[in-house]
Design a protein around this ligand. Structure first.
Ligand code: SAH
Ligand code: SF4
Ligand code: F3S
Length: 476
């Protein structure tokens, strides 16, 4: 059933603009120079994109930025709840700010993001971290000006954690981290409730941005010279199901591909249950859509997949990969996410994951040891395998993948790729790093001025995770 999209109203956005002016005046009256803000981001690209909006709003409020949290008048941690380790890091880093706050009472410490959307975490912050001034959830990022004003002027700590399904705020300012590579969230939330995952609880239900809004932002980026634009969503394959009229993700890709300009479109993440042949055909046919498919399979065993509530089988997953290979051949690069040691997983079942990894030959894998998330069904399941055993399984999988990655890289020796040069390289002083359509990294010697452009680069020496190459032609 189509859900009505709740766009943040124009009046609400105007109200926030009013608070931008108020904070801005307050800052001018309190500080001679622009006060510094330090925004620390954990987690996935969705959080990175949210932080870019946070920085956009802060810039309008008169802040400049620093990476040094002990120089900042405002420290914001944008947190991730996906695994326990991510949460522990945040608690450690927030705890370390206690002394700084005590010595500098005018500093504001703020926490936001997915972790805060869990009640037990917000309660812990309330009780055990009294020096945290402001806590806000994932559904009210656009209200930062108002919340910050309250934190700066009121006597009480501010907690704004509405438990709602989320809204879409268009027109919030953005300060992007990179001037050639950009993220565009096309949808928010997740409806899938994989049994291990906290994301649907902290990000609310799926809601898609209107096609016109996505296209307008995309056009703006192309005009500003952005070359690599990644469309974001927890499950981009279900984009548009809630729009009226419905629009498929493939259709959106085709609309963007047809826009004028020299750019490359990437997207993540795809869910195998909603990934269609049509999407794979679209990737193959659209020249500006990268031939990189990030398609997490999580497990290669059907019983485990069912217990994970993933709604596809190993066979269905393989048929998608095989179809993609059939259409895109060597140009296709596959990456995937895997969970090792899901509750009740046996060693034999884990070996099915290893065999699937061997079968699909991904260029790289993102592998995680299962981490129980309070409130999810999997956290209630029996989990008899000790962590050390799961770590051994993980090492076994990594070893297998290392060989596959090296093998995949070796196939590219002598080939020439159109690459986006995105940064300075790590292999030596004059090296630059570039990304192929399939998301492989080639380092080559070249002038720094090439950063931000597309170039043709020939692979001379494939290593395990990176390839060495040389500039072939300068005229694309
Ligand atoms: N929406 C994306 C993934 C978002 S989370 C998708 O469905 O593919 C990114 C990855 O973190 C997941 O793919 C999964 O491999 C991992 N992950 C999520 N919850 C986890 C947990 N409780 N323990 C370990 N890994 C987890
Ligand atoms: Fe989590 Fe599954 Fe949604 Fe991905 S699809 S965010 S793994 S619930
Ligand atoms: Fe983490 Fe939230 Fe992303 S839980 S992985 S930051 S959606």
């Amino acid at each position: 059933m189509a859900v009505e999209i709740k766009k943040v109203s124009k009046e609400e956005l105007d109200t926030q603009r009013g608070f931008v002016s108020k904070v801005s005046s307050l800052m001018k009256s309190r500080y001679e120079d622009k006060p510094l803000a330090c925004v620390v981001t954990y987690g996935c690209q969705q959080n990175v994109a949210d932080s870019e909006h946070i920085k956009g709003m802060l810039e309008e409020m008169g802040y400049a930025f620093t990476d040094d949290r002990t120089k900042a008048k405002l420290v914001i941690f944008n947190t991730c709840a996906v695994r326990e380790h991510a949460e522990d890091r945040v608690f450690g880093n927030v705890g370390a700010l206690k002394k700084y706050k005590l010595q500098n009472p005018d500093v504001i410490i703020a926490l936001c993001g997915c972790m805060m959307q869990q009640k037990h975490i917000a309660d812990k912050i309330k009780k055990s971290f009294p020096f945290v001034d402001l806590v806000f959830g994932t559904h009210v990022v656009h209200k930062l000006p108002e919340l910050l004003y309250k934190a700066l002027t009121g006597k009480r700590r501010v907690f704004e954690l509405p438990d709602m399904d989320g809204v879409i705020a268009e027109g919030v300012p953005v300060k992007r981290d990179n001037d050639r590579k950009a993220w565009i969230p096309i949808m928010y939330g997740c409806n899938n409730f994989c049994s291990y995952c906290i994301v649907p609880y902290v990000r609310g239900r799926e809601r898609s941005r209107e096609v016109e809004d996505v296209v307008a932002e995309f056009k703006c980026l192309v005009k500003e010279g952005y070359k690599e634009i990644t469309l974001l969503g927890q499950n981009v394959n279900s984009y548009g199901k809630d729009l009226n009229p419905r629009v498929s993700f493939s259709k959106l890709l085709r609309i963007l591909n047809d826009l004028d300009g020299d750019f490359r479109i990437r997207f993540m993440t795809s869910h195998p249950k909603d990934c269609t042949k049509e999407l794979i055909e679209t990737m193959a046919e659209c020249d500006k859509v990268a031939t990189h498919l990030h398609l997490p399979f999580q497990s290669g065993n059907d019983r485990v997949l069912k217990a994970m509530n993933r709604s596809y089988t190993r066979e269905k997953y393989l048929s998608l990969i095989n179809y993609a290979k059939e259409l895109m051949g060597d140009e296709l690069s596959i990456t995937s996410d895997i969970i090792v040691g899901f509750p009740g997983e046996t060693y034999e079942e884990f070996l099915d994951t290893v065999s699937l990894a061997k079968e699909i030959k991904a260029t790289s894998l993102f592998t995680f040891i299962y981490s129980p998330r309070p409130g999810t069904p999997a956290a209630e399941m029996d989990d008899p395998v000790p962590y050390e055993e799961k770590s051994r399984w993980m090492r076994q999988l990594l070893k297998v993948q290392e060989e596959i990655s090296a093998e995949q890289m070796a196939l590219h020796k002598g080939k020439t790729f159109k690459c986006f040069v995105y940064a300075k390289g790590k292999q030596g002083d004059n090296y630059l790093a570039a990304r192929t359509d399939g998301n492989l990294i080639i380092e080559f010697e070249g002038d720094e001025g090439l950063i931000g452009s597309f170039q043709k680069i020939k692979v001379t020496e494939p290593l395990t995770y990176v390839m060495l190459g040389e500039l072939e032609r300068n005229d694309i």
